[in-house]
Design a protein around this ligand. Structure first.
Ligand SMILES: [Zn+2]
Length: 159
């Protein structure tokens, strides 16, 4: 059994048990971050358990990057940040590619810099977990923008 956190989140989605799940694209899954210290923080989880972009088949990789950008645009439209931050991180056991898409605005991190400057007690403070209603609203907002873009790109099938 795989002990990868991203694989286990994907398994949850497939069982219909992941409350953060927003949408499935051909190369990955869109989910909201568990903690919303940055309102609209979204992740795009790769369907392949792969650690590097160059490990992906070229055609899949191009589609994966394209769908990540589409997801990012939907986040931008839904949550209207000053700027998006895109991050593909990982080491140790956390190597399964997952994009972090952070909506940013001036002053959201004291002293500036990447979101990870914040201490983890702040990033993962329980007050940044959404209520069921807030979570549903935020997911609906993102899904609406995503579907609009997917329709424009001709990749929203028979809905
Ligand atoms: Zn994995």
């Amino acid at each position: 059994m795989c002990d990868c956190l991203v694989c286990s989140r994907i398994e949850q989605i497939r069982r219909g048990e992941n409350p953060y799940f927003v949408e499935e694209l051909s190369t990955g899954y869109v989910v909201l971050g568990d903690y919303q210290r940055f309102p609209g923080y979204t992740l795009f989880l790769c369907k392949e358990h792969a650690s590097e972009l160059h490990h992906l088949d070229r055609e899949f990789r191009n589609r994966f990057l394209d769908e990540m950008s589409l997801t990012a645009e939907a986040v931008y439209r839904a949550f209207q940040p000053e700027k998006l931050n895109y991050e593909l991180l990982g080491k140790g056991n956390a190597v399964h590619m997952h994009w972090h898409l952070f909506p940013r605005k001036t002053g959201d991190v004291p002293g500036g810099g990447p979101v990870w400057r914040l201490p983890s007690e702040e990033m993962y403070d329980e007050k940044y977990r959404l209520t069921t209603e807030e979570l549903e609203n935020r997911k609906r907002k993102l899904r609406t923008e995503l579907h609009r873009l997917m329709r424009e790109a001709g990749i929203l099938n028979a809905r």
